[in-house]
Design a protein around this ligand. Sequence first.
Ligand code: PMP
Length: 424
Amino acid sequence: MKFEESNALFEESRNYFPGGVNSPVRAFGSVGGAPVFVKRASGSHIFDEDGNEYIDYVNSWGPSILGHGYGPVIEAVREACLDGLSFGAPTKKELVLGGLIRECIPSMEMMRMVSSGTEAVMSAIRAARGFTGRDKIVKFKGCYHGHSDGLLVKAGSGALTGSAPDSAGVPASYTEHTLLATYNGEESVKTLFQQFPQSIAAVVVEPVAANMGLVPPSQGFLEFLREITTRYGALLIFDEVITGFRMGIGGAQKYYGVIPDMTTLGKIAGGGMPMGVYGGRREIMETVSPVGKVYQAGTLSGNPIATAAGIATIKTLMERPEIYKGLEEKADRLISALKEALPDTQINQAGSLFSVFFSKTPVVDFETALTSDTKKYAAYFHYLLDHGIYTAPSQFEILFLSAAHTDEDIEKTCRIIKEAASHL
Ligand code: PMP
């Protein structure tokens, strides 16, 4: 495969954007080499500037659950564009999308739309603090909740693969109220509540951790979080930016039957357009301005193009629940191939979400995720890329399937995985 055009564009981009990119993981920093520059995408495939074609398992990091360029979504966006791109005033589309979201995730009795997952979680935490009158939050090592100052503490995703796990530019005082616990580690959470029984506003968690690779919650862990937060008068926030509308239409909370006080969404909720949503019990959300004293706003919030894409995406998912079964079947086939080809790895799965760790140790939390051989992952990644399979350029991300992946796509991917194994 030739990457001349991508390489040239990357070189030029380095003069404009730090690392040549507008979001760090895209730079291929942890796998080496230069990123491919995507020209267009269709269904399950992406095409780069050199004319190479790939089966796409990044899917914009999750939003493209129906595949790229899904007809009804594109049509909804096209129509919405003709009516105007942004008004800064309420629209009927926001109400329709809000209604669909609440129908799917009833715990989001009231919600606020924003423009990214980062904003959603940052704002949810502000609301939780405003509602409880408490300052501290508990987050888990290796969970990523966007790049707001207070949450860049042992964050996953790009913050995990970059040179500094904790960001420069964040004053220590900004993270002084962020308490760190171990994912799947009940004792660590108990200890924090014993230490700060009256000051923890919320526990924020990815119900399925998907930013240190995929780490499912151990049996009873989410139930434990529900119980302990209730006992101490703290809120439980599920960051469902990845799991929302992906672990089934009701997200991880429905999948596991554990209902949080607040939920954050992104990615699929905007059908591929910039969108985030936070919401929860009505009394909590009524602390948000202009009703309550927690200030939060956004010029492009509830944007008509993003809401149009979100509505078309969620409606399709509601009408075609078989999509989820299909995603899980495809995941199962890929996982079987991985297990056979790479017996010395760990493969974690929750629903259709999965990832492979080049580690001999079962991966149950951040520490064990870090036992992975990232050099081996890089070699595996590049073999796949060179053979037309586009996966996450980092050990600590997951694979995203879409309804558009065909039997042939999965078959070809299984074959290339097996070949890759013999080249490692
Ligand atoms: N929360 C989770 C669980 C995420 O995975 C992400 C991004 N992948 C975010 C929050 C931040 O979302 P965004 O990149 O849209 O700001």
